[in-house]
Write a protein that binds this ligand. Structure first.
Ligand code: HEC
Ligand code: HEC
Length: 312
């Protein structure tokens, strides 16, 4: 084969496999809607979970002291500015016309009622770990939110990120539809903490590095993120990093309850909001579970690993 023919052969193999890859990446994802038959939602459990999950922090505009859950202030990211929608029971501008299934598809599959993708800045990659009971509880609690007739601005995104179909490729690369699987080697407390930290309270989402496409690098879980919300630098919170700064498990519980660090300084930026709108409402037991989990993650030899303890 001469050089020209070899080149053509290689180029056409490249083109065909590129086309194959593109077809694979953008082919719609089939997904199984959750089945809520026989499940009764509990309002107070749902309200607690909504606090734990930060729904209030993003969906309420703290800067303008806007009405609760009627839409958030600007969320700046490398892809542009997002506005968390009005999720009150208002029929026009909120989710007053939604069903439990619409809510579940949004929170756990990142799909809107028209069948389009949501951006992962809405943390469905974390909320997908919630059980069917959890989702039904949240839904029951959201039914009690009074309607507020406020229209939230459209997102202001850089080209080409305004195209929601592109997120199909993102989901194929980075989204896993899985419930939390308990680790049988670890205690009940640790498992509760791991579920909260990776799922609803999403410590891992902010404190873990991400790639240029916003995919999380869980090989370095909790090891800090140079590109956090509003371009903030998020510090590492592995046991390795926290022990170096002399944090104890008790200090973490105290900080998540009060927003005050062991050196007496208050948390700034988004961590301040995480405490005010979220963790300050959690039970001592849950805060202690989160601290137990965080203090079990070490960053060694360039990766995050869990220290396996022998006690159950
Ligand atoms: C980090 C910020 C953030 C947190 C935390 C968050 N959301 Fe959102 N949420 C958003 C953004 C931004 C969107 C819009 C996403 C899009 O347009 O693709 C959104 C979209 C939604 C939607 C779709 C609304 C619509 O009109 O299409 C629902 C429902 C929702 N969120 C509920 C929740 C609930 C319930 C929680 C807590 C369990 C929560 N969100 C936590 C930022 C957040
Ligand atoms: C929305 C993003 C976000 C989320 C979610 C988040 N954090 Fe943070 N966290 C930050 C930022 C930003 C800082 C730095 C704040 C500062 O130093 O004032 C921080 C600081 C901390 C610190 C102090 C570290 C140090 O060395 O000073 C601890 C501990 C911490 N977070 C634990 C947690 C835990 C546990 C969770 C889950 C319950 C969590 N964070 C969820 C953004 C976040």
């Amino acid at each position: 084969m001469n050089i020209k023919k070899t080149f053509l052969a290689v180029a056409s193999i490249g083109a065909v496999s590129g086309l194959g890859l593109a077809t694979y990446l953008f082919w719609p994802i089939s997904y199984q809607q959750r089945d809520f038959a026989g499940i009764e939602g509990d309002v107070s459990r749902g309200a607690y979970l909504a606090r734990a999950s930060g729904c209030f922090a993003c969906h309420t505009n703290a800067k303008t002291k806007g009405p609760v859950l009627a839409g958030g202030g600007p969320l700046k990211t490398p892809f542009g500015t997002f506005y968390a929608p009005n999720i009150t029971t208002d029929k026009k501008n909120g989710i007053g016309n939604w069903s439990l299934t619409d809510f579940s598809n949004a929170l756990t599959h990142g799909i809107n009622p028209k069948g389009e993708n949501y951006y992962p800045v809405f943390l469905y990659p974390n909320y997908t770990s919630l059980s069917n009971q959890d989702i039904a509880d949240l839904w029951a609690a959201f039914q009690t939110v009074p309607p507020v007739d406020i229209k939230v601005p459209e997102h202001d995104l850089k080209f080409p990120f305004q195209y929601r179909f592109l997120l199909t490729a993102w989901k194929k690369l980075f989204f896993k539809d899985e419930r939390y699987k308990p680790n049988p080697e670890m205690s009940k407390e640790w498992n509760r903490g791991a579920f909260l930290a990776k799922g609803p309270t999403h410590c891992a989402a902010c404190h873990t590095p991400q790639n240029l496409l916003g995919g999380k690098d869980y090989g370095h879980e909790l090891n800090g993120n140079a590109n956090g919300p509003d371009g903030e630098k998020v510090p590492p919170i592995t046991a390795t990093a926290l022990l170096k700064n002399k944090w104890t498990k008790k200090d973490i519980v105290f900080a998540l309850r009060t927003g005050t660090k062991p050196d007496g300084d208050a948390f700034g930026g988004s961590m301040g909001e995480v405490v005010t709108d979220g963790t300050s409402y959690l039970s001592d037991q849950d805060l202690s579970a989160i601290a137990e989990y965080v203090m079990s993650v070490e960053h060694k030899n360039g990766k995050s690993v869990v220290k396996v303890k022998t006690q159950k």
